[in-house]
Design a protein around this ligand. Sequence first.
Ligand code: OGA
Ligand code: MN
Length: 335
Amino acid sequence: MNTRNKYWFGKSDVGVYSEMRVRRFGREACAVRRRLPMALSAETEVTGGVSGGPTHVVPTGAALGATMRGVDLKDLEEVAFARIMQAWRDHLVLLFRDQTLSDHELIAFSRRLGDLDWAPIQETGRRFVEGLPEIYIVSNVKVNGEPIGSLGDGEAVWHTDMSYLDLPPKASMLYSLEIPSSGGNTSFCSMYAVYDALPGKLKDRIAGLKIKHDGTYNSGGYVRQGVTPTDDPRTSPGAVHPLVCTHPDTGKRMLYLGRRRNAYIVGLDLADSETLLNELWGYAVQPQFAWEHVWRVGDLVLWDNRCTMHRRDAFDPKQRRIMHRTQVKGDALPV
Ligand code: OGA
Ligand code: MN
């Protein structure tokens, strides 16, 4: 059943670049600063004895996101992995181009970040890949009339993955196997930046509040398996988390919204909850907090699912899009 989302928060048009920043890795690293010709971004080259050549971190220039160059995720020494983890903490979303990963290799890299969650059940009620419950397929492709994955070809609205769980995944990674010639871009936003931008009075007002993250609908507007749909956010299934959380690794504060539909600020009248949520979402969807990714086949995008949200554009239903995702278990409850 495809219940269309009634909330639409607009395409993220990222044209605002933050100040150029250069990151250095490790004490022993030899950093070479270099300005790229076409973009307001900077590159750090690290040549600290990593096999397979130097690792480069190229920030997007937007509020979050960086491309990691010179990395083969199948063949990664400990020191290179540690640098990737540092870049991930700094930039929240990392793009690795030109990867060639089987599902087993995608799972093997994902496991370096921690134990994996099983993927949500597919919209048809099936699990995705036989024998590999960790793999979630995002696709509009149908075989014998049945979708091989989730989210169809429509828009996927802003959300955080699986925050309807008490312990949501800390990371997700999405690997592209087939993409349409246009459309289907994925945008990410920094919930640190969103929180920082709130007026002091609003920060005071939301300190200590809790929010219910709905488990009824996925970001494509489809009803999740085994759930009786309701549009009353006070009674719909979900998990309650603090509205402002502190990141366990960086110590930074972030707004934790999850998704708009069926969200509820615990203890408020429904109308007051709606008003406050709309006010907060008015900040969350501003383009200066986001970065938009245009996919190529072989891209792997790794995001911190605690301090970011993401959304996807619709695309031509006649074209094929196939992505495989893993999700890494959280290691601390959101607090
Ligand atoms: C996801 C997701 C968006 C996309 O895999 O969690 O939201 O671009 N995907 O397919
Ligand atoms: Mn998602």
